[in-house]
Design a protein around this ligand. Structure first.
Ligand SMILES: Nc1ncnc2c1ncn2[C@@H]1O[C@H](COP(=O)(O)OP(=O)(O)OP(=O)(O)O)[C@@H](O)[C@H]1O
Ligand SMILES: [Mg+2]
Length: 268
């Protein structure tokens, strides 16, 4: 269980996160949605222990997030991994995709090189990355392929929680659909908990059990995904929904995209 209690972050006078409360049981998924600047990436960094809270706490399965140089960051990163929006900077441009995917195994395990390579190939396969791309450099991949490589690298240590920060925002609608399908599959097969961060509400209802809407560092509301279209939704959530032109369109669009994916031979 991911437990976030009264989490706040300020930089100088500016409040970036204000008393967030989150409970995410194992194997469940939470979408975090809000417009640009609402604090989503700051929250992701906090969960990854890349930034320290001003107050409040984060724990995972009863272990508190490391905060000091002496803390056990290694144990934290074995359980929680991040795939983030700034894709161009996620993989080392000088390393092949194979080297990037197996890199965490070099730091965190004592596996022999041949075993590391075998496991990297398995994870590339799991995320649908063609094996011939393993010898490529990152700049030779399409946006969707690049994100798959990042997901494979994040999963190779078998984390229990994956935090995805805007990982499909730069992709066209077909590749968005494929990555979301992949995350659905991984959640089911790997019993992975998922925090899926996006500014686009139309992407999340099929992927998440719960949706948290944020504005200006605060939680506007938290609800079960099935209740996305309920009349009880907060006016701000409704305005986000309208922006995404979601109402009444999503199911139609999903089947349309699925049809397109079947018909086209676009490589993944
Ligand atoms: N280190 C920092 N110092 C000062 N302000 C910061 C810092 N990090 C983030 N902020 C501010 O905090 C707010 C939230 O930023 P954050 O990157 O978390 O937003 P976001 O919801 O991820 O936005 P986007 O959708 O554009 O990615 C922004 O106003 C940002 O300028
Ligand atoms: Mg962000």
């Amino acid at each position: 269980m991911l437990e976030i209690n009264q989490l706040s972050k300020s930089v100088g006078e500016k409040i970036i996160l204000d008393k967030l409360e989150i409970r995410l049981p194992i194997g469940r998924s939470l979408a975090v949605v809000g417009e640009s600047g609402s604090g989503k990436s700051t929250l992701a960094k906090m969960i990854m222990a890349l930034a320290r809270p001003t107050s409040g706490s984060i724990s995972f399965n009863g272990v508190v997030a490391p905060q000091h140089k002496t803390s056990d960051f290694k144990a934290w990163y074995r359980q929680i991994q991040l795939v983030f929006q700034n894709t161009a900077a996620s993989l080392d441009p000088r390393m092949t995709i194979m080297q990037s995917i197996e890199e965490p195994l070099r730091y965190f395990t004592k596996l022999e090189k041949s075993d590391r390579k075998q496991r990297a190939a398995e994870y590339a396969d799991l995320v649908g990355l063609p094996s011939m791309l393993l010898t490529s450099l990152p700049n030779q991949l399409s946006g969707g392929q690049y994100q798959r490589a990042c997901i494979a690298k994040a999963l190779i240590l078998k984390p229990k929680l994956l935090v995805c920060d805007e990982i499909v925002s730069n992709l066209d609608v077909i590749h968005q659909y494929k990555i979301i399908k992949l995350l659905q599959k991984l959640r089911e097969e790997q019993k992975l908990s998922l925090v899926f961060i996006t500014h686009d509400l139309s992407l999340v209802s099929r992927l998440s059990d719960q949706i948290m809407v944020m504005k200006n560092g605060r939680m506007v509301e938290l609800f079960n995904s099935e209740a996305l279209h309920s009349e009880d939704r907060h006016p701000y959530t409704r305005s986000l929904l309208e922006t995404a032109k979601l109402i009444g369109r999503r199911n139609e669009e999903d089947s349309h995209i699925a049809d397109m994916v079947k018909k086209t031979t676009i490589s993944i």
